[in-house]
Write a new protein. Structure first.
Length: 324
């Protein structure tokens, strides 16, 4: 399973930081982050909101482009070790220069250099999705959108929103999504991880995204599931994350298979792998064990991911070759 070539579309750049990497940076900088680690070295948090604050504390030691370059290398080494040949990660200007365009350009240049090097060494391609953070509010989201628009192109290929889904509404962020879309970026947004089917409906009606991060709670409104299927809105499903955070009590109760059966295009990702003790290999193995997925099922989700990837056709051709 580890060797099977994979595509991952939903991965938070900082959320993929190995805890040892963050601990090492904290000790280099003499910042006391002991409260965010358990004795066994893993990240410690109680629930989703606490997870978000631990995430932000971990991110606080990533203070410059060089740290993000090192992080990029570490993340891509780990992904490549699990067979990932193409990955899109969420990058937040809020964490990369505080929303300042000049600083963002420096962070992005460092990240891209590290990604180019990893592509040469490891055969994994990375593209970026600029992401605003919902609980930082609509005004700060605009600075992220401007950073996204300024750097839209063959490498920054999308714009999205992460963060606390229970804060505000998608309609509060329409300016930012429009700004990014007008710059040619493709759109994805987190919805239906915590906010229920109504939150997915709001995202679809107010933002019209090509993809939805999670989206799994749409299962509670079958008419909405049919809309997702008919419009070809692709779900970036992160089963291990949902089970670890308690959105569903077990993988057996997770709706990924029911969504597929009703015609929704699903893909599989890890979200924030070290936080949820997962990897792409573990996700695939768990789907095989729980739902009996085999070669054809994995081929289908990988084809869905390639079709829904935000990169250009030339990049897709290169990735297709790596899959065969
Ligand atoms: N940021 C990092 N991980 C996230 C998740 N699972 N949901 C929302 N925002 C996030
Ligand atoms: Zn996510």
């Amino acid at each position: 399973m580890r060797e099977l070539p994979k595509i991952e579309l939903h991965l938070h750049h900082e959320g993929a930081a190995p805890p040892a990497f963050i601990r090492g940076l904290a000790s280099e900088k003499r910042v006391d982050l002991s409260r965010i680690f358990r004795e066994d070295g893993s990240y410690a948090y109680r629930d989703f909101n606490h997870f978000l604050s631990v995430y932000e504390a971990a991110t606080s030691v990533l203070t410059g482009p060089e740290e993000f370059a090192r992080l990029t290398r570490a993340v891509l080494e780990e992904s490549a070790a699990h067979g990932v040949v193409y990955s899109e990660t969420f990058l937040s200007p809020d964490f990369c220069g505080g929303g300042d365009v000049t600083a963002w350009l420096e962070y992005l240049a460092a990240i891209r250099e590290a990604a180019d090097e990893a592509e040469r060494d490891l055969g994994i391609t990375l593209r970026g999705i600029v992401t605003c953070i919902r609980h930082f509010g609509p005004e700060q989201a605009k600075t992220a959108a401007v950073c996204a628009a300024e750097t839209a192109g063959d490498w920054i290929v999308g714009f999205g929103m992460a963060g606390d889904e229970m804060v505000g509404h998608h309609r509060d962020y329409i300016w930012s999504f429009d700004c990014a879309r007008e710059a040619g970026l493709k759109i994805t947004t987190h919805a239906g991880e915590w906010g229920g089917a109504a939150s997915v409906r709001e995202a679809v009606d107010d933002i019209n995204p090509a993809r939805i991060g999670h989206g799994v709670q749409a299962i509670d409104d079958l008419a909405l599931v049919d809309v997702l299927a008919e419009r070809g809105i692709v779900l970036e499903v992160c089963p291990g994350s949902n089970v670890f955070l308690g959105v569903y009590p077990s993988l057996a109760k997770h709706p990924i298979q029911r969504l597929r059966e009703r015609g929704v295009k699903v893909t599989v990702s890890t979200d924030d792998p070290p936080f949820f003790h997962t990897t792409m290999t573990r996700e695939f193995e768990a789907l095989e064990k729980t739902f009996g997925w085999g070669e054809e099922d994995f081929a289908e989700v990988t084809e869905n991911a390639l079709a829904a990837a935000f990169c250009n056709d030339e990049t897709k051709d290169k990735i297709r070759e790596r899959l065969t």
